[in-house]
Design a protein around this ligand. Structure first.
Ligand code: BES
Ligand code: MN
Ligand code: ZN
Length: 493
């Protein structure tokens, strides 16, 4: 539970207090807090350099039992992300110390060049996201999450931003749910199992859910998606989650589509053994979309929002699709399977064509761990965003910047389309060039979006992290949930 508190320090007892300290400026106005900081600064070993920490005990006449001072570095370098990292680290220290509750002193907005709402949101997010560990497979988890986190803010702020803790908590819960889905091994999220997990979570959140099973997918001719599922012993499904706003009549419709490959072996074009286990995370796009829908149920944006997740397992077997096979996609275009490992684009085109036909969306956004090439180009922390709609692409990049889920603009050059030509089918799922793989994958998708305003976000890099960072453990990162929430609650792109 996350909340604001404005109690005067030293009045009542605080078990664990975390205080951010700036290297070259005072960022707390409260008298008691300032006194605590002065005490820390009095010690030679604490310079408040970035990431430096100091623990002191029994301060303010014993009313503050444990006080953790964390350095933020120089004022000029402090931004929202520095504060998320601070709060995440503070929570980790408290968890390691086996605390049940903690208080985090929020810095003064005027002292940093940040709007107060952004500042509070960043601290709250870092704390909430840092307070999560994936323990499903541990008999004896090392750390338990804190039961309660209070942010110490002036009473006027607590009043002005009273809805903030609830909103941030809703978003962060959704992020952590997405993380857990991504980190769950492939044997515990077979397509229908994952589909059920999605639909259960969405129904519980009060959203409308519809699931298409294999029979229905066959009846509606999801030919490209079924071609990917053909090698697996486990049938595919497609989950469709809807949120309807209160004033639905003239609301815009935004459809989110997420790639849901529960495990990507590559199929007959099988991947090398090294690192293949990470392909359990090939449904991170779907996890982000469903996570965003769970948050949307609480954030209640003005638009109608629909989340669609095609879910399959990509396996080699006697029933698997062969390289060279030609399949008819939902849209009616035929696709030559140049490579069975380029499966993400196959399930996405069917889901997107279905979304366009059924919902006629004003905006369509897909998220997918689509290409290794995108990771080569942008590294493991930045997603690529592709769109012919400048405003939409910029809105996504700006939303990503605000929540530090960075999306870098990538091109969709028309003349590269010839790389996807097939001699006998309408298009090939494989580029004839070994270069520019993230771009050709996006161009392939673009052939199925017609006139719809559409953006594609390749999250192959940031969906998953080998190592823990300040407010995220190792494994699924939940990348995309906060980005989508920010995009949906900002002014219309
Ligand atoms: N799921 C992979 C992409 C991927 C790679 C995600 C690394 C996360 C980390 C995708 O299905 C894939 O295999 N893409 C191929 C496409 C190629 C065969 C055209 C790739 O990127 O190599
Ligand atoms: Mn693949
Ligand atoms: Zn894949």
């Amino acid at each position: 539970m996350l909340n604001f508190t404005s109690v005067a320090l030293g009045r009542s007892e605080v078990d664990f207090l975390a205080v951010p300290v700036c290297e070259d400026a005072e960022i707390h106005a409260d008298k008691e807090l300032a006194a605590l900081v002065a005490e820390a600064r009095g010690l030679e070993e604490f310079k408040a350099e970035a990431k430096q920490q100091l623990m002191l005990y029994n301060l303010l006449d014993g009313r503050v039992l444990r006080c953790l001072f964390l350095g933020l570095g120089p004022r000029k370098k402090i931004n929202a992300e520095t504060l998320r990292a601070f709060a995440g680290r503070a929570v980790k220290v408290a968890m390691t110390a086996k605390r049940e509750a903690m208080t985090i002193a929020a810095p003064l907005a005027q002292a940093l060049d940040l709007p107060p709402e952004r500042l509070l949101q960043a601290v709250a997010e870092g704390a909430c996201l840092g307070n999560h560990t994936f323990t499903r497979y541990k008999e004896k988890p090392k750390h338990a999450p804190l039961q309660s986190i209070s942010m110490l803010v002036p009473a006027t702020m607590a009043k002005q931003f009273a809805v903030l803790p609830g909103r941030v908590e809703a978003i962060c819960r959704a992020v952590c749910q997405a993380r857990e889905w991504v980190s769950t091994p492939g044997n515990d999220k077979l397509p229908e199992q994952l589909g059920r997990a999605f639909s259960t979570a969405a129904s519980r959140a009060g959203l409308q859910v519809r699931t298409l099973d294999q029979t229905q997918l066959k009846r509606h001719k999801f030919g490209a998606m079924l071609a990917v599922a053909a090698g697996s012993a486990h049938p595919p499904c497609l989950v469709e989650i809807s949120y309807t706003p209160a004033k639905a009549a003239d609301a815009q419709t935004i459809v989110l589509v997420g790639k849901g490959v529960t495990f990507d072996t590559g199929g007959i074009d099988i991947k090398p053994a090294t690192g293949m286990e990470a392909m359990k995370g090939d449904m991170a796009g779907a996890a982000a979309v469903v996570g965003a829908m769970l948050a949307v149920a609480k954030l209640k944006p003005k638009q109608r929002v629909i989340g669609i997740t095609p879910i399959v397992e990509n396996m080699p077997s006697g029933t698997a699709t062969r390289p060279g096979d030609i399949v008819t996609s939902y849209a009616g275009k035929t696709v030559e399977i140049g490579n069975t490992d380029a499966e993400g684009r196959l399930i996405l085109i069917d889901a997107m064509a279905y979304a366009i036909k059924k919902h006629k969306p004003d905006v369509l956004v897909d998220l997918a761990t689509l290409t290794g090439a995108c990771v080569v180009g942008l590294g493991e922390k930045i997603a690529g965003v592709f769109s012919r709609d400048d405003a939409l692409r910029q809105a996504i990049a700006a939303a990503g910047e605000a929540v530090h889920e960075r999306c870098w603009p990538m091109p969709l050059p028309d003349d590269y389309k010839e790389l996807l030509k097939s001699d006998i089918a309408d298009i090939s799922n494989m580029s004839s060039s070994r270069y520019g793989g993230a771009i050709t994958a996006a161009l392939f998708l673009s052939e199925f979006t017609n006139e719809t305003r559409w953006a594609h976000i390749d999250i192959a890099g940031p969906a998953h992290a080998k190592k823990a960072s300040d407010y995220c453990g190792p494994g699924g990162t939940g990348f995309g949930v906060r980005l989508l929430c920010e995009l949906l609650t900002r002014r219309q792109p």
